[in-house]
Design a protein around this ligand. Structure first.
Ligand SMILES: Nc1ncnc2c1ncn2[C@@H]1O[C@H](COP(=O)(O)OP(=O)(O)OP(=O)(O)O)[C@@H](O)[C@H]1O
Length: 550
């Protein structure tokens, strides 16, 4: 049976990879077609969390009766983007170093963390760190993961997906967990895989923050570029409960027998659609084969049994979920659920996109039962404003500078497609007195982290970078993203754009292109379902060309 499962995984990955690698511009846009409810829920009834196997109440931890979650009557609905006002009390959940506006679009849920079933110790830690109210996607994902379901979490960039999976995991493993079950000290209990070192380190910092200084050794980074022997020594010495790393390094250390993951309870694939890329194929195969056992405890889960599943729980996460991910998730998990900000549906009910509708513009007013073409919209934060401006290639950097002045942007990420162009652009900006730095994969780990630190601290105003920084990077202060080179497609546009407008903050995205490229911008506008307005930068001001609506 294990051999059969292995073959199946390999074939499916291969299938996924080839289609991803060779798909054209319009094919990679994540699309779902109409959603039908299958399985345990009676199709004629309203789908509720209870019908998906949630109990009406989740027991509070450590006997605290106040912490009960009433889910029995929660209707699972097709997600709609909702604009939600936040109270001054809720906004205080943001960090003290806040220096940008927060729109009244922050995706905070009405519930509290303890209502979601998290243990009191963890809730206390969250409060200490300034996290007071869960976001919508956290409110949907936390109870679902606590109920042992395999999940695909999809929600727009900057909506809090990292804590959406970290919190239920930390409720079950490590020093903040709800029960005192002993652990096998040899094995790690959760493996989190991320496609880049920067994202891996960012997740490590998030876990360290929650564990606190005394226990932060219980999370271990296994990212490429860092000293491997030191990582192996730390694994041996600290016996971490959770490791976070890049596919190559995790697979390498696992193959060397220095990472014991056979009884691992959680496997998280962050930016899962990126992890399906061809270059990660072999490493991902090893990880999927060696981390925990393939899940299959669905019966217990769906019956609402609290019996602990013995197999690995697989959690897949991204703002963009193309159908290749849906296919892979079905193979890697057991009856996985698709968790979005306002809905939890069986993944089985998501069907392949209808190619005849690929070019249609998604509508915000689509009916609840029709998710067709809505996914690209859901991957973009609602608080972004999109522009494009036309210029000749040799004037792009100068236009970038004028754009930054016109929008009075303080923290800018500018994307270029070729690494060798980055240095030149940095030189031009610095020559005009604007603090800039380049970030790309050819730099060493230390240089990369130093540059990022300077950017985060505000010592660098413009970060010129390539696709490396498009995924997952969380710099809340970033108020402007500029495409100096066009993104490959609307999925890449969404991830780049998502570096700004984090968690309800305002943000602008400006694509600076040449005249013959305007049709590509037009196509992305259509696929993303957002207005990308034509503009110019004149006399230090942004001028929108009302007559040039795409
Ligand atoms: N409940 C919360 N209250 C306040 N801040 C939060 C909360 N949840 C997350 N955040 C903050 O929101 C920011 C965005 O979160 P996160 O990076 O997890 O988003 P994401 O959805 O994973 O984005 P991406 O798709 O770009 O990876 C982070 O700075 C995080 O610390």
């Amino acid at each position: 049976m294990p051999a059969f499962a292995a073959t199946r995984v390999l074939l499916l990955v291969g299938d996924t990879l080839s289609s991803r690698k060779f798909c054209g511009f319009s094919r990679v846009v994540p699309l779902y077609s109409s959603v039908r409810f299958f399985g345990r829920a009676n199709e004629s009834e309203t789908l509720t969390l209870a019908s998906l196997g949630f109990k009406s109440e989740i027991e509070s931890t450590r006997g605290n009766d106040k912490n009960k979650l009433k889910h029995g009557t929660s209707t699972v609905e097709v997600p709609k983007r909702r604009e939600k006002k936040i109270s001054p009390k809720e906004t205080s959940a943001f960090k003290k170093k806040e220096r940008v506006d927060i729109e009244a679009l922050a995706p905070f849920a009405a519930k509290s963390f303890s209502e979601l079933g998290l243990p009191p110790l963890l809730v206390e830690r969250l409060e200490e760190e300034g996290y007071k109210v869960p976001t919508d996607v956290q409110a949907a994902a936390i109870p679902t993961i606590l109920k042992d379901h395999d999940v695909v979490i999809q929600s727009y960039t900057g909506s809090g997906k990292t804590l959406a999976y970290l919190l239920p995991i930390l409720s079950e493993i490590g020093p903040l967990k709800k029960n005192d079950e002993p652990r096998n000290k040899m094995d790690v209990e959760a493996v989190v895989v991320a496609p880049s070192r920067e994202l891996g380190m960012q997740i490590v910092r998030e876990v360290e923050k929650l564990l606190g200084p005394a226990d932060k050794r219980l999370v271990q980074q296994l990212v490429g570029g860092a000293n491997k022997s030191r990582q192996e020594e730390a694994l041996k010495k600290n016996k971490p409960v959770i490791v976070v790393g890049t596919p190559g390094r995790i697979a390498e250390i696992s193959a060397a027998g220095k990472l014991h993951t056979h009884s691992c309870r959680y496997l998280v694939l962050d930016e899962v659609d990126e992890l399906l890329a061809f270059n990660f194929r072999e490493d991902m195969h090893r990880i999927l084969e060696h981390v925990g056992r393939r899940s299959g405890a669905s019966k217990n889960i769906m019956n609402g049994s609290k019996a602990r599943r013995t197999e690995r729980q697989t959690i897949m996460v991204s703002a963009t979920v193309p159908f290749s991910v849906i296919r892979a998730a079905r193979s890697w998990g057991s009856d996985p659920l698709l968790v979005q900000a306002k809905s939890v549906v069986p993944l089985e009910s998501v069907t392949a996109p209808d190619p005849t509708r690929l070019s249609e513009t998604p509508s915000h007013s689509d009916s609840g039962s029709n998710l067709q073409n809505q996914a690209p919209v859901q991957s973009l934060p609602p608080s972004l404003t999109h522009y494009y401006s036309v210029t000749r290639i040799q004037h792009k950097v100068d236009m970038l500078r004028r754009c930054i002045h016109a929008l009075d942007a303080k923290c800018v990420i500018a994307f270029m497609n070729q690494t060798r162009q980055l240095k030149d652009a940095v030189f031009k900006l610095e020559a005009r007195g604007m603090k800039a730095a380049e970030l790309h994969g050819d730099l060493g780990k230390l240089a990369r982290s130093t540059i990022l630190k300077r950017f985060r601290n505000g010592d660098v105003r413009v970060l010129l970078t390539n696709e490396l920084s498009a995924r997952g990077l969380d710099i809340p202060e970033c108020d402007l993203v500029v495409n100096l080179g066009l993104p490959t497609d609307s999925v890449h546009y969404a991830h780049r754009a998502g570096r700004t407008g984090r968690l309800g903050r305002k943000g602008s995205v400006v694509t600076i292109c040449e005249e013959p490229e305007v049709f590509v911008v037009k196509k992305m506008q259509k696929q993303l379902g957002v207005a990308i307005q034509s503009c110019e930068f004149a006399e230090g001001k942004l001028v929108v060309n009302e007559d040039k609506k795409l």
